[in-house]
Design a protein around this ligand. Structure first.
Ligand SMILES: C[S@@+](CC[C@H](N)C(=O)[O-])C[C@H]1O[C@@H](n2cnc3c(N)ncnc32)[C@H](O)[C@@H]1O
Length: 348
């Protein structure tokens, strides 16, 4: 494979490019990233195919912040609208046998305009692959991705088991719950799905445990806990939604989220206050160092300039201050100019 193709939130290509270049350099793979602003895609190349494939096979996708999906791709295919299938099938014979097929485009308006083509092309391509025994339903196999950049340009490549997102385009879509007070609720729901393995939900999201929600109003994040029978101390000077308060599980305290502290240890600290990220990092680290909460999920608003450099610095600070915790961060699909961080105690 010649390159790594990374999908990201449009507008964050340079952050995604800086991050992958940095991660590669840490593995002594020296390469460069090419991208266009607002394209939602980043292409990373290095001189050696072997080094690139080795790097991709070692890369911990779980710890990559800005990329939604990472695919090892062959050189871009120039296609004719009359017959796309023949050259794509030919390129597919160069790939290993795969377990699944994704036909995708970038998360941009241009990309969305290609979704009809993706849908139409899939059954033809899939049928041909199955006929040639290039698709087999096995969990351990790589997955094949065909990414249309336009009707006449596409990349074909593979994502590796344990180093990829399971979702088409790397996007976990969620349905907005009708009774939640704000769309922000989806950020916390996606964070639960992304950071907490499903088997851990009964332990981490146990009814009648307690969460503190800093910057809670009108209550979208609080709602996620209440839905699971978890008690919430909601800190905000603004009003909480009336129905949520009727649940009997929420205690609303009008206080400053940067000075409030609980009387004992709570199970969760969550924070969605729109504030300087350095200030939020400092406060979150203090809560966990002092044992005021067992775990935390919070948002960090990103600076316009060099977001990866800032994120890296904040993650280093947190790692240094919280050596007994696992710290992960991701720009989730429902995040905008921000990332979500999850801190859990390390398991013995
Ligand atoms: C983005 S909104 C939170 C939305 C909420 N997570 C939801 O899902 O509905 C940010 C909230 O933080 C609150 N906030 C900002 N600074 C705060 C502070 N220092 N102390 C308490 N709340 C604060 C604001 O009043 C606002 O309601």
């Amino acid at each position: 494979m010649q390159s790594l193709l990374l999908y990201c939130r449009p507008g964050f290509e340079s952050a995604c490019a800086a991050e992958i270049t940095d991660l590669a350099a840490m593995s002594e793979v020296y390469g460069y990233a090419k991208t266009e602003r607002e394209s939602g895609l980043v292409l990373f190349d290095c001189g050696s195919q072997e080094s690139l494939e080795h790097f991709a096979s070692q890369l911990s996708f779980q710890h990559v912040v800005f990329s939604r999906q990472i695919v090892l791709v062959a050189p871009v295919l120039e296609l004719s609208a009359e017959d796309r299938l023949t050259p794509i099938m030919l390129a597919a014979t160069e790939l290993p046998v795969c377990g699944k097929l994704f036909i995708e485009s970038a998360d941009t308006n241009e990309g969305k305009a290609l979704s009809a083509l993706c849908r139409k092309f899939k059954p033809h391509f899939e049928r041909s692959l199955v006929k040639q025994k290039r698709l087999q339903d096995k969990e351990s196999l790589p997955w094949m991705h065909l990414i249309f950049e336009s009707g006449t340009r596409a990349w074909l490549g593979i994502s590796l088991k344990g180093r990829r997102s399971p979702w088409p385009m790397g996007i976990r879509r969620l349905k907005m719950p009708g009774s939640a007070p704000s769309r922000s609720t989806l950020k916390l729901e996606e964070a639960f799905h992304y950071f907490l393995t499903r088997e851990k939900w009964p332990e981490y999201l146990k009814p009648m445990t307690t969460a503190v929600d800093l910057g809670a109003a009108p209550g979208g994040w609080t709602w996620q806990f209440v839905e699971r029978g978890i008690k919430v101390i909601a800190i905000d000077n603004g009003p909480m939604e009336h129905n949520l308060m009727g649940s009997g599980l929420v205690k609303h305290i009008r206080a400053d989220g940067f000075t409030y502290r609980p009387s004992g240890t709570v199970d969760w600290l969550v924070c969605d206050m729109v504030e300087k990220p350095a200030r939020v990092v400092e406060r979150m680290a203090t809560w966990l160092e002092k044992g005021w909460s067992r775990r935390a999920i919070f948002n960090l608003k990103l600076p316009m300039k060099q977001p990866w450099r800032s994120v890296k610095l904040y993650l280093e600070q947190l790692t240094e201050r919280l050596p007994d915790h696992s710290i992960r961060a991701k720009q989730l699909y429902h995040d905008r100019e921000e990332i979500t961080v999850c801190i859990l105690p390390l398991e013995n």
